[in-house]
Structure formats: C-alpha cells, structure tokens
Design a protein around this ligand. Structure first.
Ligand SMILES: Nc1nc2c([nH]c(=O)n2[C@H]2C[C@H](O)[C@@H](COP(=O)(O)OP(=O)(O)OP(=O)(O)O)O2)c(=O)[nH]1
Length: 146
C-alpha cells in the first residue's frame, strides 16, 4: 500500500453517468394502445407518451414499469417484449425503452397525467407524441396493422 494512496475525487454525476434509462409501457387492449398526455413539466405538458419513467437504482426494467403503472395509472400490468431498440430522447439525457404490456388488474386512471386515451393503430397520429417516441409509435403501428 502506498503511504499516501491517491484520493478518489468526487466526480459530478453528469460527467460519469451516461444517459439514464427511461422505460415506457405500450399497454395494449386488443389493437388499442394506451397513450398518456403529460401534465408537467410545462415544456412537456400536452405532449403524449407511454406511461413509465426513470429506472431507479437496483430495479429491473419490468419492475420499474410495474411500479410506474401502479403510481401513474393505478393498475397492475404484465410486461412483454420490447417494441423497439433504445431510443435517445431528452436531448441525449435519456434512453427510452418501450415494452409491450397488458393490464392484469384494475382500470387505468390518469393519476398523474392530464389525459389518457386508447388509440387504435389508425389513430396513433392523432396526438402530439414526445418527439423521441416517434420510432416506437411507428413500430407499434406496423406491428398492430400486420
Ligand atoms: N414516461 C415516459 N417518459 C418519456 C417517454 N418519452 C420520452 O421522451 N420520455 C422522457 C420524458 C421525461 O423527460 C423522461 C422521463 O421522465 P418521467 O418524468 O416520466 O420520469 P419519472 O416518472 O421517473 O419522473 P420523476 O420522478 O423524475 O419526476 O423521459 C415516454 O414514452 N414515457
């Protein structure tokens, strides 16, 4: 052991951590997908997304999705396959991972969103999605139209 081991310097989170993983649930009921309008922050309010949020430390992606859907919608969900690969969003701050899901118990209510809507494949473009969601929305439409 050196007598004066180099001290580990605190480094700011921004310089070490890569983009944070955000998970989104594309909840299907038949061919309809549940879309949710954000209520906050002001710059995202009125834009539509998949229910979900940031992964917490130690949580799996499925656990995060189940927790977020409990908090945001008041439902228990089952999580399926990924809809698309990683999507960069939030100006590179986030990696969005969207999973197919289904309600296992309960009825979705907008506990934190401004509004919820079930959209059929042909209605997916009827709402303004968060810009980073575009590839996932396109992939969903293709899969549901097939
Ligand atoms: N939940 C969700 N967030 C998305 C989607 N698309 C997208 O670009 N985002 C962005 C918006 C936010 O900047 C970020 C996720 O933040 P969030 O506010 O939903 O996360 P959270 O529930 O953990 O929120 P908080 O506790 O940090 O407030 O990812 C999406 O489809 N669903």
């Amino acid at each position: 052991m050196p007598r004066n081991p180099p001290r580990l310097r605190p480094v700011s989170e921004a310089s070490t951590a890569g983009p944070r993983v955000v998970v989104g649930a594309a909840i299907l009921d038949g061919r309809a997908v549940l879309a949710a309008a954000r209520a906050y922050p002001p710059e995202l309010a009125g834009l539509w997304e998949f229910p979900g949020g940031k992964l917490e430390p130690g949580e799996t992606e499925a656990e995060a999705l189940r927790r977020e859907c409990r908090e945001e919608l008041g439902v228990e969900i089952e999580v399926g396959e990924r809809v698309t690969g990683d999507l960069a969003t939030g100006g590179g701050r986030f990696l969005l991972r969207v999973y197919y899901a289904a309600v296992a118990r309960g009825e979705p209510h907008a506990k934190e969103h401004a509004e919820l809507r079930w959209l059929l494949p042909g209605e997916l473009d009827s709402v303004p999605w968060l810009p980073g969601n575009r590839p996932a929305v396109d992939a969903l439409r293709e899969a549901l139209d097939a």
